[in-house]
Design a protein around this ligand. Sequence first.
Ligand code: 9MG
Length: 269
Amino acid sequence: MKTGRPRVMGIVNVTADSFSDGGQFLDARAAIAHGRLLAHEGADLVDVGGESTRPGATAVALEEELRRVLPVVETLAREGIAVSVDTMKPEVMRAAIAAGAAMVNDVSGFRAPGAIETVASSKAAVCVMHMKGTPETMQAEPFYDDVVREVAAFLAERARALEGAGVAKERIVVDPGFGFGKTRAHNIQLMRGLPAIAALGYPVLAGLSRKRTIGDITGRPVSERVAGSVAAALVAVQNGASMVRVHDVKETVDALKVWWEFEGEKRGP
Ligand code: 9MG
């Protein structure tokens, strides 16, 4: 059984078309201000991304992604805020780590040539996520025989590959990738199957914040999914997640404090 209070990763999208904030933080100064706000609200780290991974999103060129992400990572890290960089590109990983990123969050599971070697030659923590397909194609009728078993097998294989390249087990976090090539039914099965993902022996990160499944369940548009997202974060933690990736940090931190007070003792200090 995992121990320790659940952690909160706040989302800072420096993108033109992120599904839930409409590219609000494309300007680096606005993104930096947002990162500071999330840290002030209690985020344990902030996840800075310059390429949208929403369903249907198109890829961003390397130079543009670097231009968006680096000033934000550098400024926040210099101020003592723990920063994760959300990228699939080894060049961005390398530059962001040099700029102070403490974690690399790769929704493609470090499958790009050179990605594993890049993080292995650093001290950064890594979040390895499952995605079926690419953001452009992933929601085109995704199919699994057993989504929990297949996602767990993928994560175990990627974690083994990372460890084989020299990434210490303690640096690895795994993530089932809610919404990444999954239908509402797949996401529900994954949520119920989270204990099997946690049983792999790595901390689990869960990201459901404002996603389509929350909208499908509640019937709410993106702008009204805070309560649904907080509920999903609590269920994820109850089912074994050690960290949740969220837009609404203040609300999630409060909810997790209450959950921890009532339930945390059952899990140990
Ligand atoms: C970048 N990004 C968007 N959704 C995500 C999720 O669910 N997990 C992780 N690790 N990254 C995500």
